[in-house]
Design a protein around this ligand. Structure first.
Ligand SMILES: *Cc1c(COP(=O)(O)O)cnc(C)c1O
Length: 446
């Protein structure tokens, strides 16, 4: 009997009692290879000694001081570190306690910016279908994950909606990649025009779509075209890097690989690597400067913003990534994982697509490879794969509703940056075994 409101009210989850490196241990002593890091959180794995030592030092000095009275050395040091490695022009940081809070803060900061510079008529956000930006009401409203928003839709703000950049399914036969990108950008332009380009606050998108689509990056030219389109109308570009950022794709920020700098960027999961709850918004100087010269404040705040323990953990995580040169390692191990995924699944009749960057990979499962037909949602393939993987001692992140919130299944992989090639071999082997075992029970196709 549990008094906790767990994610599923039908069953109490496993009890985690320990973690070391890429492994987590349950109460019965069973070890699990953590190839999803929760939800792409545990970038350094579990129990990293340098992170623990930094947290112990901070705990002995000061756990918390409210930001209406104090800043702390560790918060300042973390901001200095993040700004030193930020995309061009991003000179200031606002700390929060997670991804949804970061998205909420970014939305409000974008709105306040336009009020400060005398454009209060800007009141709309535009975002993509099949995206995820968090579960609080503002973040849920901009997100396009149909399944997550459905029952709350009547109480969410209206958001302009456009297609995801999902080449595997949406680029038409005979359509070139540049033509596909041009079509996507034309749709965004039309959405801006429909709302009135001087009424739009910002466009919000994930540079690599995480949980909802399964590690889908946009085709070449999309982000540059998007940046130019936003600039044409003075609309802000908010990059949600809560999942894909902080090294996950092999560069510290995913937008680096697109050659653009956003106006606001949200980060969270890999920032603290799970050692403490923390998120942040990075902002272009012009945005903070407008608030500084105007009202002199950002009208926002939570009790735990800038938490000293959270800042200490995140600073230690980021320093280890830099000291141990883990970004080049993410690229090298990512290339290895890519090769092994292709070796295992290229000839698999039910793997339609393998995509990703760095140590962030998605495997899309299909009933039929040539038609890309999906499995019957009633079969709950993703849930069965998750359960079977757990039985095989593998933690991965399968999701359903890949296409429209109902149809489609994929498995997301986000192993720690410290994974060895041998451990990645095990990830692929156990995943393959789990998928095959589940598919062996599938009902015969109609
Ligand atoms: C997980 C996620 C969020 C929400 O972060 P939480 O810490 O769960 O609130 C927002 N945006 C993206 C892209 C995410 O993957």
């Amino acid at each position: 009997m549990s008094h906790v409101i767990h994610r599923s009210l039908a069953q109490v989850p496993l009890v985690a009692v320990g973690g070391k490196g890429v492994a987590l241990f349950d109460q019965a002593g069973k070890a699990y290879l953590d190839a999803s890091g929760g939800a792409a959180v545990s970038c350094l794995g579990h129990g990293h000694p340098d992170v623990l030592a930094a947290m112990h030092r901070q705990l002995d000095q000061l756990a918390y001081a409210h930001t209406s009275f104090f800043t702390t050395e560790v918060q300042e040091a973390l901001a200095d570190h993040l700004v030193a490695h930020a995309p061009a022009g991003m000179t200031e940081v606002y700390f929060v306690s997670g991804g949804s809070e970061a998205v909420e803060a970014a939305l409000k900061m974008a709105r306040q910016y336009f009020v400060e510079i005398g454009q209060p008529e800007r009141t709309h956000f535009v975002a993509r279908r099949q995206s995820y930006h968090g579960n609080t009401l503002g973040a849920l409203a901009v997100g396009g994950n149909e399944w997550r928003r459905k029952q709350f839709a009547p109480i969410l703000m209206d958001v302009g909606r456009v297609a995801p950049a999902y080449e595997y399914r949406d680029r038409r036969d005979g359509e070139s990649q540049p033509a596909y990108v041009a079509r996507l950008l034309a749709e965004i332009d039309a959405q801006f025009q429909a709302l009135g380009p001087d009424k739009v606050i910002a466009f919000v998108a994930e540079p690599v779509v995480g949980a909802t689509l399964g590690a889908v990056a946009a085709p070449a030219g999309y982000w540059q075209g998007l940046r130019a389109l936003c600039d044409r109308y003075g609309i802000l570009l908010i990059a949600d890097e809560v999942m894909c950022g902080m090294g996950r794709t092999g560069s510290l920020h995913a937008v680096e690989q697109e050659g653009i700098s956003p106006d606001l960027m949200t980060i969270a999961k890999g920032l603290g690597g799970g050692y403490q709850p923390i998120g942040a918004v990075l902002a272009q100087h012009k945005i903070v400067d407008a608030m500084r010269r105007g009202s002199g404040m950002f009208q926002h705040g939570h009790t735990y913003i800038g938490h000293a323990m959270a800042a200490a953990a995140a600073l230690a995580v980021q320093q280890v990534i830099q000291r141990d040169q883990l970004l080049p390692q993410v690229l090298a191990r990512g290339a290895y994982l890519q090769k092994q995924l292709h070796a295992r699944f290229d000839a698999h009749p039910h793997v339609g697509d393998i995509r990703g960057r760095g140590l962030f990979w998605g495997v899309e499962l299909v009933q039929d490879r040539s038609s890309k037909a999906t499995f019957d949602p009633a079969f709950k393939l993703h849930a069965k794969v998750k359960a079977q993987a757990i039985a095989h001692g593998l933690l991965c992140y399968p999701m359903g509703g890949t296409i429209d919130g109902l149809h489609g299944d994929h498995v997301l992989l986000a192993p720690p940056f410290i994974s060895s090639e041998a451990e990645l071999d095990q990830v692929v082997e156990r995943l393959g075994d789990a998928i095959d075992k589940v598919l062996a029970q599938q009902p015969v196709a109609a």
